[in-house]
Design a protein around this ligand. Structure first.
Ligand SMILES: O=C(O)[C@H](O)[C@@H](O)[C@H](O)[C@H](O)COP(=O)(O)O
Length: 242
């Protein structure tokens, strides 16, 4: 489902409300809410909103488990770290037990090794189905999502839940949930805005299957639901805005 918002304020409110609603449902059903956060700049404001009234009080934070959709392989105090951004905007302001924050980075470990460790952790915590309650994703101007970048071998992954690889154009390792795992989620919410996304978004949603060029096309949940929270600028090229 595509939801087009007049401005990013309304979009951020919708994203915060989605977090609250999914948390309530998951906690009522099984006592824990497993959510994967996205990096990039788009979620910063809605993370901040979540840490404020009236959203903050509506979440049983001690029953929330935080994961990431992807991470740049840099130390957790590096400005490029997705975890650092989430800490600054949200995690340091809410009472989530530290042991329920599963950073996608570890000092002194090879990224490929840590990808296997993270997969084991997910199998232990989520069970064999690997079904997150909620995954937030962003989308790059080129149609990438998480660290599923155009033309990379990770796009063909069918078995592993987590992969790490060296992303040559950015000169850094990336670690990412793979499309088969993301697609097991109960709910996936893309949050993106701005005219720079308009071209790729139109291709992703309305173009032919070109998932090696526009990797966000790989995101098609098996049993869950995908929501696209976008603003009017990002939606500008869509022909079907219903
Ligand atoms: O670590 C990352 O870079 C991401 O998780 C990435 O997939 C991001 O979501 C998009 O690049 C969109 O980024 P913006 O929101 O900054 O446009």
């Amino acid at each position: 489902m595509i939801e087009i918002f007049k401005n990013t304020e309304e979009q951020n409110i919708a994203a915060a409300e989605q977090f609250v609603q999914s948390a309530k449902e998951a906690i009522a059903a099984k006592g824990i809410f497993n959510v994967a956060l996205t990096g990039g700049s788009s979620p910063e404001k809605f993370y901040k909103l979540l840490a404020e009234s009236p959203y903050r009080e509506q979440v049983e934070w001690e029953k929330v488990a935080i994961y990431w959709g992807d991470e740049r392989w840099v130390p957790l105090d590096d400005d490029k770290s997705n975890a650092k951004m989430a800490e600054r905007t949200l995690l340091s302001h809410v009472p989530i037990p530290k042991e329920q924050i599963y950073f996608m980075y570890k000092d002194g470990v090879e990224p490929e090794t840590y990808a296997l460790d993270y997969e084991h952790l997910l199998k232990k915590n989520l069970g064999p189905e690997g079904s997150f309650d909620l995954i937030f994703l962003g989308m790059g101007d080129d149609g990438h999502t998480a660290s599923l970048f155009p033309g990379e071998a990770v796009l063909g992954e069918e078995i592993q839940w987590v992969d790490a690889y060296f992303l040559i154009p950015q000169d850094m390792y990336r670690i990412t949930l793979t499309a088969p795992l993301i697609n097991k989620a109960k709910k996936i919410v893309f949050v993106l805005y701005g005219e720079k996304k308009a071209h790729a978004l139109q291709q992703v949603l309305e173009g032919p299957d070109q998932h090696t060029k526009y990797p966000s096309q790989l995101i098609k949940p098996t049993n869950g639901e995908v929501l696209w929270f976008i603003d009017e600028a990002a939606a500008a090229n869509l022909t079907n805005k219903a």
